[in-house]
Design a protein around this ligand. Structure first.
Ligand code: SF4
Length: 332
């Protein structure tokens, strides 16, 4: 008997796989790689450790549609967790036939995460993914209705668990009992859950209804300052981010943008996203000046490079277009 397990690489999914292996089931792991994942990808290491074959699926543009307009709403950030899980579990369902597997396993624990693991959310996910009773959550199965694998005798319900809530102590004890020595640290690994990032997402959705993958990718780097509905300026926070902005500006799928680099001073690179009007140019120069290491020029001149050309701009702060806008629209 074979099942497909959603494997994030965290403790819960690791345990779910191990419990199925203990019951003699063959497990095929599926990892869905989100464009908003941060930190090292732990799924490959977990699959190696568990000795299971792993399929990795990169979530694409249809996933961005979910972020734009989630049917079941957002969590505390811009994380559409219930929709996201419905999407991932639907992908797992579509793998069943390919792997000649009978059901899907996940490491969800009832009540562990407010945004997606309340009892009602688990029902929603099982229903809308089309899995229904072919979805088994071994860590909380004893708190949930009997599923097909239990009823059919493929899995012994008596050997499953009834974990509830956020506490990790019981899960860690179980991991030790199952011989798992390296306990993964808890992490959503998803930047959508972070409120500062969420502000950038919502700013993008508000001003660019046709934002694509490039626009979302750009959100991961730099400080973002909105000038108006058409234009924002992104400043690198460190050298690596300056290089990232250069790279994103150069890729073929880049949106309308202009790269400004400091000339003769140490400061951030600026990516002007949108039309480079004189107002946008002035705004970017002022921000580069403001975030430069040292005051650039007592006369308030700033020199920037754009492509092969170098330009000098004398800063003339205009209260209508600078301070007020920074305070209101700065979505760092
Ligand atoms: S935290 Fe991110 S990856 Fe995880 S379910 Fe929520 S939206 Fe999806």
């Amino acid at each position: 008997m074979r099942c497909v397990a959603l494997l994030s690489g965290g403790l819960d999914s690791h345990l779910a796989v191990r419990l199925m292996q203990q019951q003699g089931l063959e497990v095929v792991a599926l990892h869905c790689r989100s464009p908003f994942a941060v930190g090292p990808d732990r799924a490959e290491q977990a699959a190696t450790c568990l000795g299971v074959p792993l399929t990795i699926v990169s979530l694409g543009d249809d996933y961005l549609d979910i972020v734009r307009q989630p049917r079941f709403g957002y969590g505390r950030g811009a994380n559409p967790c219930v929709d996201c899980r419905v999407h991932m579990f639907s992908l797992a369902r579509s793998c069943l036939q390919q792997h000649e597997a009978q059901f899907v396993v996940s490491g969800e624990v009832v009540g562990q995460r407010a945004g997606s693991q309340k009892r009602r959310d688990l029902d929603t996910i099982a229903h809308h993914s089309g899995l229904h009773e072919r979805l088994l959550r071994p860590l909380s199965a004893r708190l949930l209705p009997v599923t097909l694998p239990e009823r059919a005798g493929w899995v012994d319900r008596e050997k499953l668990y009834g974990f509830y809530g956020r506490g990790r102590r019981g899960l860690i004890q179980l991991a030790r009992a199952l011989g798992i020595d390296e306990i993964p640290t808890p992490s959503t690994g998803c930047v959508l859950t972070e409120p500062p990032f969420a502000r950038k997402v919502f700013d993008l959705l508000q001003h660019q209804t046709r934002a694509g993958r490039w626009d979302f990718e750009l959100l991961k780097f730099g400080r973002h300052f909105r000038l108006n509905n058409q234009c924002k300026v992104v400043l690198g926070r460190r050298e690596a981010e300056n290089h990232q902005l250069e790279h994103l500006h150069a890729v073929p799928e880049a949106g309308e943008s202009t790269l400004l680099a400091p000339d003769g001073f140490v400061g951030p690179t600026a990516l002007v996203v949108g039309p480079l009007t004189d107002q946008a140019y002035a705004f970017a120069c002022e921000l580069m000046h403001q975030f430069a290491r040292k005051p650039i020029d007592p006369a308030g001149r700033v020199r920037v490079r754009c492509g092969d050309a170098s330009y000098c701009r004398t800063l003339t702060p205009d209260p209508r277009t600078t301070a007020a806008q920074r305070n209101i629209a700065d979505v760092v």
